[in-house]
Ligand binder design. Sequence first.
Ligand SMILES: [Zn+2]
Length: 490
Amino acid sequence: MRKLKRLLRRLLLSVLLIIMAIIIINTVSYSSKQISVSTFNKFKISDDVIQRLSDITKITTTSYPSHVDTAAFLEYHSYVDSIFPLVDSLLKKTTVNQFSRIYKWQGRNPNLKPYLLMAHLDVVPVEKESQTLWTEPPFSGKIKDNFIWGRGTLDDKVSAMGILETAEILLKENYEPQRTIYFAFGHDEEVGGKNGAQAIVEYFLQKKITFEYLLDEGSLILENALPGLTRPLALIGTAEKGYCTLNLAVNLEHGGHSSMPPPETAIGILSHALATLEDHPFPAAISQNAQELFDHIGPEMSLPNKAIFANLWLFKGILKSQFEKSAASNAMIRTTIAPTMLEGGVNDNVLPTNVSATINFRIIPGQTSETIIEYLNKTIDDERVKVSRINASFSSEPSKISSSSSFGFNALQKTTKEIFPQSVVAPSLVITGTDSRFYEPVSENIYRFMPVQLTNDDLKRIHGIDERISIDSYKTMITFYYQLILNSSI
Ligand SMILES: [Zn+2]
C-alpha cells in the first residue's frame, strides 16, 4: 500500500515536472513577431499645419440622421481646395453625392495595383447639455497647451487633413509615386455611410478599380493597453465586428387593470428574458483574429504574462478572465449584448399588452446575425418573446479577416515601427464599425489604423467631451503618412 502511494506520488511529481518543462520551453522559445527597421530620422513639419487643422475644425461638418449641413460641406471643400493648391491642381478629383470626395494620384508604373487611403469628413453632433462641459468650445479649433481642440481632431477629419497635408508636401518635393494612390473621403460615416462610402465603392466597381490594400480609421496606438505590456501597443485592425440590432417583443392578448394583475405580466416576461440574456453572455472565443493578436503581443510581455500567452493550451481560462476585466478587451473576444431601448405601458394603472426591447449586438468573426438569433431563441426559450430584426443603418455581418502578411500589412507594420519605434505592432479586431466595411468588393486587404498614440483616458474623448489632438501627435501623423506613401510606392 505504502509502495503504491509512493509510486503515485512519484508519478504525480513527474507529470508536474513535465508540465513545468513544457511551460518553460514554450515561454523561452516564444519568438517575437516584431520586425526591426533602420533608424528613421524625423523631419520637421511646418507649424502651418496646426492653423489649418484648427480652421477645418471650425467648419461644422456634423452628420445628422435627418439631413446634411450642405453649406458646411461645401465650405469644407472650397477651403481644402484653396489651402492645398498642388493637390487641387495635380490630383484628379471626383465628387460623389455632392459632398464625398475621391482623389487619384497617378503612379508611374501602371502594372502596380493602386492602394487607397481613407477617412471621413463628418463628425458627430455635440449635445446641447454637454456643450458647456468642454474646456474649449467644440467647434472653436482652439490651439492651447500644445493641443488643437474640437470635434474631428481625433475622429476623423484629422486623418483627411493629415493625408492631404502629406500629399501637398510630397508634391512640393516633386515626388512621383510608382504606384497609383487614391484617397477616398466619405461624408456620412457617422450615420451609416450609405451616401458616402457605399456610393464611392459603387463608383470604383463601375470603373473596375480594385486596390492592393486600403487603410481606414479604426484602431490606434494605446498606452498601458494590457497588464504586463509596458510598450505602446499599435493595433492594426485586420477585421471589424458585425452590427445587428434585434427587437424582443412580448404581445399578450390581455393587459388589464393594475388592481388585479395576473401572475405573469408582459413587462415581467420581457424583463425575465433580458435578465436571462445578461446571465448568459455569448461564450468567449479565441478566433483566428484573436490568436494572431496574442501571437504578436505575447512574446513582448513580461513574466508571468508571457508564460500565460505562450501556453494557451493550459492557461486559456486565465487569459479569457484577464480580457474580461475591461469592457473594451472583453468586446474583443466575444459577441456583445447591449440592451439600448425599452418600450411599453401607457399609464401607471394599466397593464400593457405590448412591450418591447431593442438590443444591439456586435458580432465577432465566425458568427453571423443568423446564429445570434438562434442563440437568443434557445437561451430565452419562451415562445411569448418574439425576436425580430431591426433594419439599422449600421447593420452588417462581421468583416472578413485580412492577412497579416500582405504587402499592405507589411507596409503598415514597417512604417509604424519607423515612426513609433517603441511600439509593439499587432493585428487586431476593431470593435466598432467603419466605412471600410463597404469595401470588401474592391480589396482583399483592408486595414483600420490611425497613427496616433493615446491613453485609455483619451479614448473617451472620441465622440465625447474635450476631443483634441496634441500638436506633436498631429505632426507625427503626417510623418507617418509621408513614410507610408514612400513604403507603399514599390
Ligand atoms: Zn470615425
